[in-house]
Structure formats: structure tokens, C-alpha cells
Design a protein around this ligand. Sequence first.
Ligand code: MN
Length: 256
Amino acid sequence: MFVLLSNDDGIQAPGLTALIKEFARRHEVAVVAPDRERSASSHSITVHKPLRAQQMDTKLGATCAYAVNGTPGDCVKLALTTLLPKKPDMVISGINRGSNLGTDVFYSGTVAAAFEALLHGIPAIAVSLATYGEETDYGLSAAVALAVAERLAAKPVLSRTLININVPDLRKADIKGVRITRLGIRQYRNIFEARRDPRGQTYYWLAGEPVVGTNSVDTDIAAVEQGFVSITPVAVDLTDYEGLQQLQSWENEIDT
Ligand code: MN
């Protein structure tokens, strides 16, 4: 395969390095990633300032690598339309430092990079490791991402759906297996910390930690809490088809 790798933690992030090494052993790899951390940038794109793509060292095994002064969405869009010599067979985003579970997917730059690939008709995988530790081993997550990518390539059943992988921060021997899951609802407590600036004015800093144990067992959140690798198919089509049925009569009931 020819794969494009991206992320939202920036081109120097160890999670991306692990992904490059793992995929380059067996596949042709291109890297286009933000030049700095752009976590929680969601699917934003840059339209009011120029984008620059700086060619980077490819010593890890990639055939080309670019650092872009934009968001993950910018990176994938620019790669697919402009930078890459040919269309990739798949786009893999990550490995994110920290999980992207449940409603996190709305804020995640990691998932957005995969979404951008889907909008171009290219199969996509987002992969995240559930830890914020500095001394983190991404090797296991990279191996899982490769296994999932090769399986998806062999049997491309999903055309409008990305695969969102979350790996618990455990040693290989302690991982209980794989669960196919749905997105849960991620709730946070103590979301904003209120502080005082030197002039006595209050400011707010988004922080907060997730509330544990409120999601049913079939969710991605519960799977990772219980020590399973979670694999969630996430559709690009946000239409609520039940709602479509329920609102049908409005066509005749709302005056224009
Ligand atoms: Mn991130």
C-alpha cells in the first residue's frame, strides 16, 4: 500500500514516529503533519493566511515528509490535492497522545484528519493511546494500527466510514482483546479552572478529567476502561435517519 500518515500532535510527536516506523517496514509511507501540536483543532481549515509545507527528513523510512503550518484538516487536504505524487490507498492519523473516545471525536484533530481523507473517498483510520504520560511506548498501538489497516485493505467493506481505534495504556500481556464498539458519551468534571491574572481579572483554563464508569458496556469508553482495544466505525454522514422519518410531515405543516 501507499499510505499517508498524519496527526494532530505535530510532526515531531513520538506517536507519529512509531507509526512511520511500523508502516515503513511493509508499505510506502508519506507523512504530512502539522509543524506543531494542534490537538483539539477539530476539522478546522485555514482560509485567511497562507499555508507553507516544509520538506522534512525522511530517515525513519518515509518516502516523503512535510511539516505544514496548519491544522490536521489542512495537512490531509493539501497532501491529497497537491503534495503527494499519487493518491494514497489509505490515510492513518495518530498515534494520538490521549484517547479519542465517544463525544471526543467532535473535538479531535486526530479524527478530523481521518474524516478529511474520507471526504476524498480514501479509507481512513484514527488511532489513539489512552495516556498522557511522557515515557510512553507507542509500539503496541502502532502494531494494532498496522494490523487493522491491512485487514481493511484486504476487505474494504466500509466506504463512508472511518475506523476509530483506542488502545488502553497497558502492556501487551495485560490487554484483554479487541472489542467492536459504538461511541459513548464522554463527560468531564471540573471542566474550567478559574484563575486570577496579575491585574485581578478572572480568566478560565479548560482542564477537567473524564467521569469514569457511566457508559454501557458496548461503548468505546467502557471497552478501554476494561482493558480492551476499542474499534469503532464512525460514519461521515451525520444525518439522523429516524429523525428524517419523524420530520417528514413538516414539509406540509410549515408555511413558507
Ligand atoms: Mn493530540
